[in-house]
Design a protein around this ligand. Structure first.
Ligand code: NAD
Length: 494
């Protein structure tokens, strides 16, 4: 059986911990590979290599760094089909969806190519008499990146593109369920001219992750995953004096007002709820719809759901693939059962009619959902759309703002005033107006509010540059410019 190894110092490192995990093909429900799980000692080895590489990478000119990033952008683009097929094989998402993920990730490489401009500091000439002041931003050191199963290429690119451009080196621990895409990145980076040791991959589970969180030579941690783990990562990492950004789970609402274009809203709800089998942190999982148009909208959604082709990604014409594991498929199915027990009304039951080989469900639609029901209070992370009927804008907004999560939120309307109020008042980090999945373009930053993000900086974009650098201000006086004389008082500007 295929074995997936670590990548340290520019070459494959065969795991020697004696620990390993299975990698499945979720469309067949069968194991397809074995992945090495790193011990704490193997993590230490990767961090030591990254620390050594940092000493010269931080001195590498911005011109050279951006040259490497331009080359990497070209190589990733040239290998996008190969990346997409690795993603589909381990995650199960359909090829077009996997290619979309790669394309959105490439945007982050393109953003990072502009690093000479992004790191331009400020300068004050004659801030005091004969004294000039300039500010710079410098890299932190070694950054640990810990990523989830559902975006095996895009989320790592959110992190390493900016981290490397800023002059840091990286140790990445991808999800043990989807480990292969990162190894292709490692090879492409080497071909792009990134010095060995700047980018390292260690595979594994909590043992590897926890060693990264506590390692004295790790300076910062970028994490994306579920909320309980994000909280653990944030608390542990900050306790060990590291800079941490930890992005967590979500429950994204789409509010449809009575004046919305119902066909466009139905298309958007179905695409955003069931794309990637609902395993997206920006998936729409709750539809809030004004009573006056609820029946009409739900009818349109049901007819679109009936046309969704569920099956293996390898089968042409498939719209939606399997869930990631048997356990996760069963947990999503249990949410549908709980919804019935809790008094909701299952309009379309995705437990019926799905392919039986592999870990599939068909899309589900559940009406009459209320806060307090398990299907509403918990993140489902599957192809289940919960529906709440509301009187209108005010009630819908109140529901969204009372939710524990605040990743994305969308409003569908033709009313510009309502749209403006929504942008102003909704408690979510990423807001869509007639846009169901408002993942920001790469020159903005991505991040949620409340239990969807622990830390102060959002990921990628300008906040990513801030996160991966620290500020230094240099105040200079040159001999001959002005004699200061001895003065024991606190320095004042004159
Ligand atoms: P997960 O939290 O189970 O795992 C994420 C990473 O953390 C993996 O690399 C995993 O090996 C590691 N990990 C797991 N348990 C750990 C522990 N106890 N200590 C240390 N590390 C641990 O998440 P997942 O199932 O891979 O991904 C799905 C989740 O990620 C969903 O909740 C989804 O909403 C969230 N997500 C959020 C975003 C976002 O941007 N906010 C993006 C994608 C996914």
């Amino acid at each position: 059986m295929k074995r997936i190894n670590h990548w340290v110092g520019g070459r494959v490192l065969v795991g020697a911990s004696g620990r390993e995990g299975p990698v499945f093909d979720p469309a067949l429900g069968r194991q397809q590979a074995v992945v090495d799980f790193a011990s704490a000692a193997e993590v230490d080895q990767a961090v030591a290599v990254a620390r050594q590489a940092f000493l010269s990478w931080r001195q590498t000119s911005l011109a050279r760094r951006s040259e490497v990033l331009f080359a990497l952008r070209e190589l990733v683009s040239a290998h996008r089909l190969e990346l997409a097929s690795l993603i589909s094989a381990e995650h199960g998402k359909v090829p077009a969806d996997a290619l979309g993920e790669v394309a959105r990730g490439i945007e982050n490489l393109e953003f990072a190519c502009g690093i000479p401009t992004l790191l331009k500091g400020g300068y004050s000439e004659q801030a005091s008499t004969g004294v000039d002041v300039h500010g710079v931003r410098q890299p932190l050191g070694v950054v640990a990146c810990i990523t989830p199963f559902n975006f095996p290429a895009m989320v790592p690119m959110w992190m390493f593109a900016t981290a490397l451009a800023c002059g840091n080196t990286v140790v990445l621990k991808p999800s043990e369920k989807t480990p292969s895409a990162c190894l292709l990145f490692a090879e492409l980076m080497q071909r792009a001219g990134l010095p060995d040791g700047c980018f390292n991959v260690v595979h594994g589970d909590r043992i590897a992750a926890d060693r990264l969180l506590a390692h004295p030579d790790i300076d910062a941690i970028s994490f994306v995953g579920s909320t309980p783990v994000a909280r653990h990562v944030y608390e542990t990492g900050t306790r060990h004096d590291k800079r941490v950004q930890a992005l967590g789970g979500a429950k994204n609402h789409m509010l449809v007002l009575g004046d919305a274009d119902l066909n466009a809203a139905a298309d958007a709800a179905v695409s955003a709820a069931f794309g990637s089998a609902g395993e997206r942190c920006m998936a729409i999982s709750v539809l809030l719809v004004a009573d006056s148009v609820a029946d009409g909208l739900l009818e349109r959604i049901r007819s679109r759901m009936a046309d969704i082709v569920v099956g293996p990604a390898s089968q042409p014409g498939t719209d939606m693939g399997p869930l990631i594991t048997r356990e996760h498929r069963d947990a999503v199915a249990a949410h549908i059962a709980h919804a019935v027990d809790d008094g909701a009304r299952v309009l379309v039951d995705g437990r019926v009619g799905a392919p039986t080989e592999g870990w599939f469900l068909r899309p589900s639609l559940i009406d009459n959902v209320r806060p307090g029901m398990r299907c509403y209070d918990q993140e489902i992370f599957g192809p289940v759309l919960c529906v709440m009927r509301v009187a209108g804008y005010e009630e819908g907004l109140a529901v969204i703002n009372a939710n524990q999560f605040g990743n994305g939120a969308a409003l569908f309307t033709r009313d510009g005033g309502a749209a403006r109020s929504f942008g102003f008042d909704v408690q979510a980090g990423m807001v869509g107006i007639n846009v169901p999945v408002p993942v920001p373009v790469a020159h903005f930053s991505f991040g949620g509010w409340k239990a969807s993000l622990f830390g102060d900086q959002h990921i990628y974009g300008p906040e990513g540059v801030n996160f991966y650098t620290r500020a230094k201000v240099i105040t200079s006086r040159w001999p001959g410019a002005e004699r200061a004389g001895v003065d024991l008082n606190f320095p004042r500007n004159r």
